[in-house]
Ligand binder design. Structure first.
Ligand SMILES: *Cc1c(COP(=O)(O)O)cnc(C)c1O
Length: 376
């Protein structure tokens, strides 16, 4: 018997959520961002649902790009960070990958490379995040250089926002970077790509230069495609019309009656103040559940809200059954996503917030030992 825990991937939600990105983005094309193994959901599991809506697949490493090609996708595939060493360019040629150019090294590698056919590159502007990309002056020089290379067919202008999900230093989150992008690119031809999930949800309709919006030519929705909300708790999934693409469910393995003054779990981190019924659930931090989730982190027991108690162990965690007299051995516990019993929802972002992190981290951390089932 496998342990009573499983993750479900809801494929209809994947198509629905990317469809939301498409609606918000106006006429822009949509990259389905499938880095980190499709944010923990599994590239192969998500592919058919995502291809119904996506215009291309955006990856971080070559292995992911190879997997998308192996699934039979012949459309655009983008390496968001470009190549990591010169010989990666051979695979870019062979697999027809589009790739970011964010630094001089990548530019020189391409200039020295014998391509099979001219390549499409995404030239990245560092508009203020100071992670990847050329500063504005160097950006313009890099554009000139790329435009003169026989290896290059087309240059798309790209940047990435640091604060699209919130205010920045008390002001509009993207205004400064937007102005930097506009100033650096105003007279350059070519397509543009700026928006991640947060910018697609919050800013897609804002103007960018002549007749264009922040959605520009390509949006790059990642987490929203999986039902995660970049600006939680200001907004939640229901507000943005997003559906969870992953549910993590386990069962109650044992029930303990606990008297006042008795404790639960490692470190006696929870001490009962009244008689309680405690369910121990087949899910722990070795399954990807966050160990930092404190007492009170929400769960659904047979679809009804309850809370965790005490420390999360490697293979188990404890939940409060005191107010749920019908719950007991074998009851379903939804750690995040949709209950299989009632269909009730528990936002992954709410669980993440309780544990001091973000929904992105929880979905990406789903452990390999958890069996995964795909359903519509
Ligand atoms: C990860 C990533 C995205 C998607 O980000 P989300 O916040 O998940 O939407 C978009 N663009 C780049 C360059 C990225 O690295």
């Amino acid at each position: 018997m496998p342990r009573p825990i499983e993750a479900l991937i809801h494929t209809a939600a994947l198509s629905h959520n990317l469809g939301r990105a498409r609606e918000l983005a106006g006429g822009a094309r949509v990259w389905a961002v499938v880095k980190a193994n499709a944010y923990g959901h599994g590239i192969e599991r998500c592919f058919e649902a995502q291809r119904l809506v996506a215009d291309g697949f955006a990856c971080i490493d070559l292995n992911e790009a190879e997997r998308v090609r192996a699934l039979g996708w012949r459309g655009p595939v983008l390496l968001l960070e470009g190549v990591f060493e010169p010989r990666d360019l051979e695979l870019c040629s062979r697999l027809h990958l589009w790739h970011a150019i964010h630094c001089e090294e990548q530019l020189e590698w391409l200039a020295a490379h014998k391509v099979l056919w001219p390549q499409r590159v995404f030239l990245k502007l560092n508009s203020g995040m100071n992670r990847l990309g050329f500063k504005p002056l160097a950006f313009r020089a890099a554009w000139q250089r790329l435009a003169s290379l026989p290896q290059v067919e087309d240059v798309v202008l790209m940047t990435h926002f640091s604060d699209a999900d919130a205010l920045r230093l008390g002001q509009d989150g993207i205004a400064a970077q937007l102005a930097a992008f506009e100033a650096a690119t105003a007279d350059l031809p070519g397509e543009r790509s700026l928006a991640n999930s947060a910018a697609t949800l919050r800013h897609a309709q804002r103007p960018l230069g002549e007749g264009m919006s922040v959605a520009a030519d390509w949006v790059r929705p990642g987490v929203m495609g999986y039902g995660g909300v970049p600006d939680y708790p200001e907004h939640d999934a229901a507000y943005w019309g997003l559906q969870p693409a992953m549910s993590l469910r386990a069962k109650v393995l044992s029930v303990q009656e606990v008297q006042p003054g008795e404790s639960v779990g490692y470190g006696s981190a929870f001490v009962a103040e009244r008689p309680m019924r405690v369910g121990n659930v087949a899910c722990g931090y070795a399954d990807g559940y966050p160990r930092h989730a404190p007492t009170g982190t929400p769960v659904l027991v047979d679809g009804q809200r309850s809370r965790t108690l005490g420390r999360v162990s490697m293979d188990m965690l404890a939940v409060d059954l005191t107010e749920l007299p019908h719950a007991g051995f074998g009851s379903e516990v939804t750690l995040w996503g949709r209950s299989g019993v009632t269909g009730a929802l528990l936002d992954i972002d709410e669980v993440a917030r309780s544990a001091g992190t973000i929904g992105y981290e929880l979905m990406c951390a789903l452990a390999p030992r958890v069996p995964v089932r795909v359903e519509p």
